[in-house]
Design a protein. Structure first.
Length: 103
């Protein structure tokens, strides 16, 4: 190991000695691994339950607002005359265009 620094070789000696101490047949996640996994499972379960509760509260049917309908009804005559004049201008401009090659 000629290219290794002193700290890297020291780390390697500690890792090698640690690897010799650990029996490969007895390596398990242990109690801490189980506790972490169980906590994560409980957190996911709680989040899914909360999401389900919130989704059930959502009302997907929209009830029109009577005030908004009245405001739209009052504004419609002005906008209709403007949109009709725009539509007639567009149709006149469309009839003046050259026919397309497709027909």
């Amino acid at each position: 190991m000629p290219d290794m620094s002193a700290s890297a070789s020291l780390a390697m000696t500690h890792l090698v000695s640690f690897a010799k101490e650990v029996d490969e047949d007895k390596v398990t996640p242990g109690v801490l691994g189980f506790i972490v996994f169980a906590a994560m499972a409980l957190a996911v379960w709680a989040l899914m339950k909360s999401m389900s509760r919130h989704m059930n509260r959502v009302d997907f049917t929209q009830v029109p607002d009577p005030k908004a309908e009245q405001a739209e009804a009052d504004a419609e005559p002005d906008s209709d005359s403007e949109s009709e004049s725009k539509a007639s201008a567009e149709s006149a401009a469309g009839s003046a265009k050259k026919p397309s090659a497709n027909g």
